[in-house]
Design a binder for this molecule. Structure first.
Ligand code: ARG
Length: 444
């Protein structure tokens, strides 16, 4: 900060709105001419001026710095075409302008985010198809619970991403509102046509209350929340990737590109990329809290505090897009170590529920079956045996119902494939799940 004026400047952050600012200004000026508020010739001059600025920007030219991007473009326009450029700001204020610019920008970002999510879901789906026969332990409380297909496990994340995308689609509706024409706060005496501006800028709705329009940032908060939710889901996935890479698990390998060494321990290949993605949720939640706290108790209408919104939303967007792109690459590189995943199902009496189900399907009340199997597990632990090492006679000591077929029942593949309920882990159910997911992704 060079002097106190710099403290209120936002150019360095909002300069990325330059493109949408020019686009919204062109629409505004067209509307002003059509509504006969400014002369058609003046309008043409302004539009040509704005287009040349946009053209130069696209070629990499830098806009001279000003207090914010809106002033910077207006000053540049006046430098290029003379005082007539000043007519551009008729019947508007920076308050409705910044809201409209941000909405235009976020509509595009929201759509981009949806596309990136779909790409990641496709990667998950392909990985699930590729590994459809791999069995691993399913966990509850991070303890061995029941065997499941690895595909079933990873597909859970594709459905989280689906909900995240649906949340974005819903949030989009509330971003898609034209606020331009609200002017500073009161509306304007000029006979503007807001519906025409909305049509030019492809906004689906026009805001109904000028005070609300210039001071509302719900749409920013909502989008940051949608991003936090995606980031939260990614933390869960990254945590599992980190766990599965751990030598005690060794369920997967990932491309070495996504690991890094230690400065002291030569053997290390740390999962830093997954860790960094996992870390981002905290920062994004910080942005959400920051934005909510900034809005809290703000009186109507516009207040300068709102300028901070861009820092929060841009940071969240940048980080989530990069995180999603990286996780997509990490995920494509995952290779399941089948020998280890199956070996891991041999620990922890993972088939205990199967034995209880065996009894329950032979007319023993499930609660009773559960208690019988608890006793069998105790017995196995005391005699250091696994379920498969017990004889039929030993089983019969706990219940007369047990027959020879208990041993075929305890086959791990059959166990998984018996979970045929809709949404379950049998191969057929998972294939059906993949089919449903594919249909959703294709419908977009
Ligand atoms: N840079 C400001 C922002 O981002 C633009 C609006 C300024 N309006 C004002 N009345 N000072 O919010």
């Amino acid at each position: 900060m060079k002097d106190k004026n710099d403290f209120i400047d936002s150019f360095d952050i909002d300069k990325r709105l330059a493109r949408v600012d020019i686009i919204s200004s062109i629409a505004h000026v067209k509307m002003l001419a059509k509504s006969k508020i400014i002369d058609q010739n003046d309008s043409n001059k302004i539009i040509i001026g704005l287009r040349t600025i946009l053209h130069d920007l696209m070629k990499g030219w830098h806009l001279p710095k000003a207090e914010d991007v809106h002033y910077a473009i207006e000053q540049e326009l006046i430098n290029r075409i003379g005082p007539v450029g000043g007519k551009m700001h008729t019947a508007r204020s920076r308050n409705d302008q910044v809201s409209t610019d941000l909405r235009l920008y976020l509509k595009d970002e929201n759509k981009q985010l949806q596309k990136i999510i779909t790409r990641f879901q496709t990667t998950i789906m392909n990985k699930a198809i590729e590994n459809i026969d791999i069995i691993m332990p399913g966990f509850t409380h991070l303890q061995h619970a029941q065997p499941i297909l690895a595909s079933h496990h990873i597909l859970a994340y594709a459905w989280m991403m689906q909900r995240d995308k649906e949340r974005l689609i819903d949030c989009y509706k509330r971003i898609d509102v034209l606020t331009l024409g609200s002017a500073a706060l009161a509306g304007t005496s000029f006979k503007i046509n807001r519906y025409y501006t909305a049509k030019l800028l492809h906004f689906n709705h026009v805001s109904e209350n000028s005070l609300d329009s210039v001071s509302d940032r719900d749409f920013v908060i909502e989008l940051i929340f949608c991003i936090v939710m995606i980031a939260l889901h990614l933390t869960r996935l990254c945590e599992e990737i980190i766990l599965w890479l751990n030598p005690e698990f060794q369920y997967i390998t990932i491309n070495i590109r996504f690991t890094s060494g230690s400065s002291i321990m030569p053997q290390k290949q740390n999962p830093d990329y997954a860790e960094m993605i996992r870390s981002k949720c905290g920062r994004m939640l910080g942005n959400l809290i920051s934005m909510i706290t900034t809005m809290k108790s703000l009186p109507l209408a516009y207040n300068r505090d709102l300028q901070e919104d861009k820092f929060c939303i841009f940071d969240s967007l940048d980080n989530i897009k990069t995180s999603l792109k990286i996780i997509n690459e990490i995920f494509s590189s995952i290779k399941f170590l089948k020998i280890n995943t199956i070996k891991s199902t041999e620990n922890g009496f993972i088939l205990a529920t199967e034995i209880a189900d065996y009894l329950a399907s032979r007319n023993i009340p499930f609660r009773q079956a559960h208690s019988i199997v608890t006793d069998i597990v105790q017995y196995c632990k005391q005699s250091s045996k696994s379920f498969n090492e017990l004889s039929l006679n030993e089983y019969k000591r706990f219940s007369k119902i047990f027959q020879e077929d208990i041993f075929t029942y305890l086959n791990i593949y059959e166990t998984v494939n018996r979970k045929k309920s809709f949404g379950g882990t049998s191969k057929n159910s998972v294939l059906q799940q993949i089919h449903l997911l594919k249909r959703k992704l294709q419908a977009e």
